[in-house]
Structure formats: C-alpha cells, structure tokens
Design a protein around this ligand. Structure first.
Ligand SMILES: [Zn+2]
Length: 310
C-alpha cells in the first residue's frame, strides 16, 4: 500500500467514534515498534515527524524509513505527517519530499496572519494531493521547538474555529481544550473542556478535530524510569478514559509523543542497569522497541478505540 492522506481515515473514525493515533517518530526502532502495534491491533496509523525530528534524523532518512515500513506492513494504512510546521517553507519541503499530510501551526500568530499562512499552505498542499492540519488556540507546555507558558495558553473559541476552517479550507484543526505539551501537563486535576469540544462539533459537523499534548504519561513507565536511576518527578498527563471520551466526539486524531519517550527510556534504563556488562546497543534497543509496541497497543485499547478498523 502507498502512503495515504487522512481523509478516509478521519471519515471512518468520525463515523465510528474512535480516533487515529498520531505517533511521533525519530528513528527506526520507534517506527518498527509502532508498526508492530498497528499490525497486532489492525488499525491505521499516522507517523509524524516534528521539525526537531527532521533536524535529528534528516528528512530523507525519515521518509525512507517510513517507505520501508509501508512495504513491510502492506495491510496497514499509513500517513506521513509533519507535526508543527512553523511556516510555509518547511511545509513545502515536506510536501515535495513525499509527506502526505502537513501541519501548519500558526497558533502564535494573530487570527488574520494564521488564516493567511494556513491558506497559502492549503493551496500548495491541495495542488499536490496533500492534506493540511492547522491550529487555532494555544496549548501550554514544551514540545521540541515550541514552548508556551501556562499563562499564555488560550482555549479555542468555537465560533472562531468555524470561521477559520471556512476561510482557510484546512482539512483538520487542532484545538486547545485543556491538553498541553510535554510530561508535566497538570499541576491540579486533569481537565478537558468537553462542552467546548461539543460546540465545535456542532458548528463544524463531521469535521475532524485534533488533540495535541495528549499523552497519558503512563505511570508504570515513569516509575520504571525512576526505579532505574531516572529523575522524572511529578509528571502527569491526560487519563486514557478522558481521551477515549473525546474520541467518541469530534476528535479523530490524538497525538502521542511523550508516552513513546517514557516507554523507550524506561526499557533502556532497566536494560542498562540490570545488565551493566552489556555494551551492544541492540541489547537495549530491542526491549525499547518492544516497549513502544506494547505502549501503542495499550493506547489503541484504552484511548483511541481504533482496533480492527482497517
Ligand atoms: Zn503538538
């Protein structure tokens, strides 16, 4: 199967009241772990690369790894997506380089400027058969190249969201309803503004909404990190049942990055601490890859609800 866009995936997800997992990828082991999880649960996946991932691995490596993955897992629909494109140029480079979906994140701009650049990206993307995710509202937290203080976070206004989609023609929209980037999402109780989400769903019927900053920060991985010499203190994310509820509403894409990092790091720490004599990277990357697979399966079962949706 060739790489695909998200249009059909999201149509089915919306109608089926589930969400597709969008997993951040940086290297071979992460991609293999995610694909193994998707095969076991028989569901589509979105593999997404941030600008940080492009800097780390190089766009060509990422594209080649993903192309190899779709040959190895021909039954799994896969979208290759740019996460948090900061401007037209990086979106264009990804479209030209073989991505089937790009995000332009204009959330730091004024409404008008965000509309203007998103429109420009949409025009170029659609002319090349590529779909566009945009963002309105602002999430708190830290992600690769983006850092936003909690006081600067702005929840998305539903009426503005509807206007934004009509003006830009973007194919999906990331909104801010309480999630945040990174491993430290809440100082108090976790919170998602379902009322706001419902209003967006009413104003934009059948329109796919995206949740960023939606890792659960799975505590067994946090504990394992700390048990084997790590220092991940006070990390807290979005509980899986809250994500599952959002997925039954308008949310069709849920981004997961922090949970991959934690699962891998926990496995690598355990392996290195329990086998201090080992110096073969395969010996610790193998359990790390398996941890990614198991985490993906867990997310599909508990938060996404997309098993057997091919
Ligand atoms: Zn994000």
């Amino acid at each position: 199967m060739a790489l695909t866009g998200t249009k059909k995936m999201f149509e089915k997800a919306y109608a089926g009241h589930y969400a597709i997992g969008a997993f951040n990828v940086n290297n071979m082991e992460i991609i293999q772990g995610i694909m193994e999880g998707a095969r076991e649960k028989q569901c589509p996946v979105i593999l997404q690369a941030s600008e940080g991932a492009r800097k780390y691995a190089g766009q060509e490596y990422i594209v080649s790894l993903v192309k190899t993955a779709i040959e190895q897992y021909p039954e799994i629909p896969v979208t290759l997506h740019l996460d948090h494109g900061s401007g037209f140029q990086v979106c264009k480079e990804c479209i030209d380089g073989g991505f089937t979906s790009v995000m332009f994140d204009g959330s730091k701009y004024s409404f008008d400027e965000n509309v203007k650049i998103t429109k420009q990206v949409v025009e170029y993307a659609h002319a090349h058969g590529v779909v566009v995710e945009a963002e309105l509202g602002r999430l708190a937290g830290v992600e690769d190249m983006v850092s936003v203080d909690a006081k600067d976070a702005i929840f998305t206004d539903p009426e503005e969201a509807a206007e934004f989609v009509a003006l830009t023609g973007c194919d999906s929209l990331a909104i801010a309803i309480g999630t945040s980037h990174g491993a430290y999402k809440y100082s108090g109780d976790p919170y998602l503004d379902y009322e706001r989400l419902e209003k967006v769903g009413k104003l934009l019927p059948n329109y796919p909404i995206v949740l960023h900053g939606a890792s659960t920060v799975i505590q067994k991985y946090v504990q394992k990190c700390n048990e084997f010499g790590g220092k991940v203190i006070g990390a807290k994310g979005v509980p899986e049942d809250m994500l599952r509820k959002a997925a039954t509403m308008a949310v069709c894409k849920i981004n997961i990055d922090t949970d991959i990092r934690l699962a891998m790091t926990a496995a690598i720490r355990e392996s290195l601490m329990t086998h201090p004599e080992n110096f073969d990277p395969r010996e610790y990357l193998k359990p790390a890859r398996e941890a990614v697979k198991q985490m993906v399966i867990h997310k599909i079962d508990t938060a996404l609800g997309c098993a057997n949706s091919i």
